[in-house]
Design a protein around this ligand. Structure first.
Ligand SMILES: Nc1ncnc2c1ncn2[C@@H]1O[C@H](COP(=O)(O)OP(=O)(O)OP(=O)(O)O)[C@@H](O)[C@H]1O
Length: 280
């Protein structure tokens, strides 16, 4: 079943000199349950705008967006708020996306309050602690504030905040690009494990072609708001049809190694040799 069906979506913004910037220009895509679709393209190609449109965090000018069979654009604000718990986002800059005045417990609890998932605070706090544990943060983090955490820990909180409402779909908007290389690997390993253990569907937005190659089964290439090509990562990133994709690839960075727990189990190795999957 397709979790995401986007058809001919378009979004314009007023530009700085009074002109119109077309950020997303007639893009269509679909994502199957449990799949990870990578979205790549150079800076300004419309990837983040597309990610926000899919979750209706901004309104498209035209097109249709269907999530889990629901016409998202037909939902009232109230209905959308209720459904939001199933469709979440993880942002690029964890610190900027976390309210510095709140404790980690309050930050991760907030989506539960908004979605009215639990009746009592005790139930919510239990769920918050369980979710933080799932992303590798122990109870000692509950009463800390974002500024007292490392970048990797902050992004784990960002992931916990998205995960706490038990979503089916997560848009990951460059979730590791602000992090150091080794920390990046451990966050990617966490995201890969969560996808398998929870059966999550991901839209993974990234500049980093090698990460997308390892992380996603299919990839969509965008240029200046437009769809360039889509296909399996193997096909698009080994034998790209479009010259633009070839050009992107020739500017690509070396790979970030990571290994999911499932891959480690499958290969009979629990410990990871080339990266630290810890709690940076
Ligand atoms: N809120 C906004 N107001 C005006 N213009 C915007 C807004 N958001 C995005 N844009 C413009 O839309 C275009 C696409 O931006 P977008 O951030 O979606 O691209 P991107 O591929 O995600 O880039 P990056 O990789 O740098 O994050 C850019 O020209 C950008 O300047």
């Amino acid at each position: 079943m397709a979790v995401v069906e986007v058809n001919d979506v378009r979004k314009t913004f007023p530009g700085p000199q009074g002109q119109t910037v077309t950020a997303v220009d007639g893009v269509s895509l679909s994502v199957e349950a449990g799949e990870c679709l990578g979205v790549i393209g150079e800076s300004g190609s419309g990837k983040s705008t597309l990610g926000r449109l899919v979750l209706r965090l901004m309104e498209p000018d035209s097109g249709s967006i269907v999530l889990e069979g629901e016409d998202v654009l037909a939902l009232s604000r109230r209905e959308l708020r209720r459904r939001r718990r199933r469709w979440q986002i993880v942002f690029q800059e964890p610190f900027a996306s976390l309210n510095p005045r709140l404790t980690i417990r309050q930050i991760v609890e907030e989506p539960l309050i908004v979605s009215k998932m639990y009746k009592t605070r005790a139930e919510r706090w239990k769920k918050v602690a369980r979710t933080l544990e799932e992303v590798g943060l122990s109870g000692e983090f509950l009463d800390r504030r974002p500024a007292n955490l490392s970048g990797g820990q902050q992004q784990r909180v960002g992931i916990a905040r998205a995960l706490v409402t038990d979503p089916t779909l997560m848009v990951l908007d460059e979730p590791t690009s602000s992090l150091d290389l080794t920390i990046r690997a451990s966050i990617l390993a966490l995201l890969a494990d969560l996808r398998l253990s929870r059966g999550l569907t991901y839209i993974f937005i990234s500049h980093d072609i090698e990460t997308v190659r390892h992380f996603c089964s299919r990839v969509l290439v965008m240029r200046r708001g437009k769809f360039v090509e889509i296909g399996t990562s193997r096909q698009v990133l080994t034998e790209p049809r479009e010259p633009y994709t070839q050009a992107l690839m020739s500017a690509a960075m070396p790979p970030v190694p990571y290994e999911s727990a499932a891959a480690r189990r499958d290969s009979g190795r629990e410990a990871v040799s080339h990266i630290q999957v810890g709690n940076p």
